[in-house]
Design a protein around this ligand. Structure first.
Ligand code: ADP
Ligand code: MG
Length: 504
């Protein structure tokens, strides 16, 4: 092999400039690593490669990204403790193998994959004198041998890559910390379990604070999942009745009889099935707070009885003649426009005014998008606590998707989406692929932006070409490089690389 010093390859020079630019422009770890692998593989005409980084928590080297290699292949190469990768990391010096088959370091290796490799270039990522990871590249073609020029280039490249990776890690950890602090901060001036800093939520908190210790009736209006029940509970548990019961009754589509007996109780024998005296919920909630959920649906008879409870603070069990005291604070909720129900004659006006001394209208989530990041963080931390694990994080593009989505199911839907994504995410970071289900729902509700359409078209073409990227690029009339770039932007390249491997 010719070991004379080589002139600097202009393509390699370009790659060095590219990575310098990447340092300045990519602050998120995942896209950055994608870019680094792409540049490394392209620049030295390697066939495949991967990059490992030392985990923050320990000595383990974690495979962050692979190009044209399946997980199994990566593992085969790096699993022996004496593997090239471990050696390069421990000794902090690069390794260049011109012919792996005949290299004494691989003697006796059973591995088929190692038998096929002709060239390996492996360099440490060194930061301030300490190794933080390794870039591994190889080639199986006889026509292509890596040389010393290759190695020099890779070393220079790795130095820059290490700095860029460290910066991206730092930025991510600062972003995480910032979100955590925002979530904590907002708990101190609001109600700890109700998350939201937006002006609309601040207006809600302001009214809540004013009426906390009074007994005036409160009507909560708002779409389903906006936090009406959460607010009702917060008012009770932060107010002067907090030592007494909080009782909630769902009033929507219940039979009149059942609801009446639940709320008021009944006397033995008052109707078939009333085999004994029964206390109603109004008695159970005495001196506490009563939450009437979906109030718009109650029947005229119950409306009349309820009016009496509100006006005179007394009530009777069904079939009874004794009046009983009901010292209650009423909070009711509806997702309907109760004033309109009154106008249409479905709801008593006098009852409406009794229930609705103060109204709080809960804003739908799409009208307070600035709260989405803190809500997401809140749910991640809650799930982390529940499962006794470090909370997962959300990648920048996934967070962008969450913030742009329309949320017809409001906070309840967001909470469910996050819970599902935590389960779907294969590692510690939730990426857009873990939110795909949500995207599907979204399609009917929002006109899609150009970017989403682009993604849809590309993925459809990829599927039609059975994962073959070269063919997909041809079909779409784009360069393979562009396709790789887009797939890595959407974090799809790793998941598809296995299929591609199979075709070769
Ligand atoms: N601002 C918020 N902060 C944290 N969690 C919320 C918030 N709003 C709603 N949630 C959660 O979303 C879910 C639905 O809220 P809920 O109060 O039942 O809504 P509604 O009664 O309006 O249908 C609950 O799990 C609740 O804890
Ligand atoms: Mg509800």
């Amino acid at each position: 092999m010719n070991s004379e010093p080589r002139a600097v390859d202009p393509q390699q020079m370009q790659a060095l400039l590219d990575i310098a630019q990447a340092i300045n422009s990519i602050s998120q770890k995942e896209p950055l690593l994608n870019q680094i692998m792409e540049i490394a593989v392209d620049a030295i005409h390697a066939e495949r490669g991967f990059l490992v980084l030392q985990e923050d928590s320990g000595k383990n080297l974690h495979v962050e990204i692979a190009r044209n290699m399946s997980d199994t292949q990566v593992n085969e190469i790096r699993s022996p403790s004496s593997s090239v990768v471990n050696r390069v990391f421990d000794e902090r010096s690069p390794v260049l193998l011109h012919d792996a088959k005949t290299d004494p370091r691989f003697e006796g290796s059973e591995s088929i994959i190692l038998q096929k490799i002709t060239s390996i270039a492996c360099v440490p990522l060194i930061l301030k004198g300490n190794p933080i990871g390794v870039i591994y590249l190889d080639s199986t073609g006889d026509r292509q041998h890596f040389n010393d020029g290759t190695l020099n280039f890779l070393l220079a490249f790795a130095n820059q890559a290490a700095i860029a990776i460290e910066n991206a890690r730092l930025i991510e950890s600062l972003q995480d910390k910032n979100l955590h602090l925002q979530t904590e901060l907002q708990k101190t001036f609001g109600f700890p379990e109700i998350i939201g800093n937006s002006p609309k939520m601040q207006a809600v908190f302001e009214i809540m604070h004013k009426i906390l210790n009074s007994d005036i009736s409160l009507l909560l209006q708002g779409e389903s999942g906006t936090g009406k029940e959460l607010v009702a509970r917060a008012i009770h548990y932060n107010g002067h009745r907090k030592e007494k019961p909080f009782v909630a009754q769902f009033c929507g589509n219940l039979s009149e009889h059942l609801l009446e007996s639940e709320l008021f109780g009944h006397k033995k024998g008052s109707f078939t099935g009333a085999v004994s005296d029964k206390r109603g919920l109004f008695e159970i909630a005495h001196k506490g707070t009563f939450f009437l959920d979906e109030i718009a649906d109650i029947s005229p008879t119950i409306q009349a009885k309820l009016l009496r409870v509100l006006q005179e603070a007394t009530f009777r069990r069904v079939g009874d003649t004794d009046d009983r005291k009901a010292d209650l604070r009423f909070v009711s909720a509806t997702n309907k426009d109760l004033a309109a129900e009154v106008r249409e004659g479905n709801f008593r006006e006098d009852l409406y005014y009794r229930l609705n001394v103060i109204t709080i209208t809960m804003p739908p989530l799409r009208e307070r998008r600035s709260d989405i990041p803190v809500l997401v963080q809140h749910f991640l931390e809650k799930i982390g606590e529940k499962t006794n694990q470090k909370p997962k994080r959300v990648s920048a593009d996934a967070l962008k998707m969450l913030t742009q989505y329309n949320w017809p199911g409001n906070v309840r839907e967001l909470a469910n989406t996050i819970e599902r994504a935590v389960v779907l995410a294969s590692d510690n970071t939730i990426t857009p692929t873990d939110l795909l289900i949500m995207q599907d729902d979204d399609q009917e509700l929002q006109p899609k932006c150009l970017k989403d359409q682009e993604k849809e078209i590309v993925l459809k073409a990829l599927e039609e070409c059975e994962g073959n990227k070269t063919r997909t690029a041809e079909v779409l009339g784009v360069s393979l490089r562009w396709l790789h770039y887009k797939l890595s932007e959407w974090n799809i390249s790793r998941k598809r690389s296995d299929e591609e491997e199979d075709e070769e």
